[in-house]
Design a protein around this ligand. Sequence first.
Ligand code: ATP
Ligand code: MG
Length: 203
Amino acid sequence: PGHGPARPGKRRLGVMGGTFDPIHHGHLVAASEVAAQFQLDEVVFVPTGQPWQKSHRLVSPAEDRYLMTVIATAENPQFSVSRIDIDRGGPTYTVDTLRDLRALNPDTDLFFITGADALAQLLTWRDSEELFSLAHFIGVTRPGHHLSNPGLPEGGVSLVEVPALAISSTDCRARVAKGDPIWYMVPDGVVRYIDKRELYRGE
Ligand code: ATP
Ligand code: MG
């Protein structure tokens, strides 16, 4: 990393969308592994606005989720964070994320990275047919979820095995609420930020 494009030709940009409430090492390992396997020049993490799938629970303020994502990725020269979904406002639809990233990144191939659980729901996402014209989709393994192509166009999706980390944001939040440690599940700076902002304590 840090020495320019790994290969000649179009720039290759990975896109890791998520609520990141909080970001954890499962997200980071998945992004790192896909970046290596697909020779990506960069992976941009895109925290959601108020996510429609999760409207049944309170999601932490977007600024907190954004800052935790910045803290977690700051040291990696290949990782960046985008505010596009947060600044657009309202619920996030991946089709909008990809349309906007396309416009902002001409001459770039987009690779949307998604865990096995989210991939299984892809067909229920808004404008799912258009998604495949905007990006190549990469489904990654996730403990507790079966990774398979849920009937998506063959060429539009790759399935990739990544090192298994049985970590979820839901579990991290529950642990903080119980007073259990989340050290080594999320980056140290994120542990400290959660503590400083007193996130997840009352859940
Ligand atoms: P929550 O429990 O709140 O849903 P989460 O841990 O699933 O949080 P998200 O922000 O919902 O995290 O996930 C963002 C993306 O990262 C999704 O595509 C999800 O499938 C993927 N992902 C999350 N955790 C892992 C993991 N441990 N291994 C591989 N992929 C993961
Ligand atoms: Mg999730």
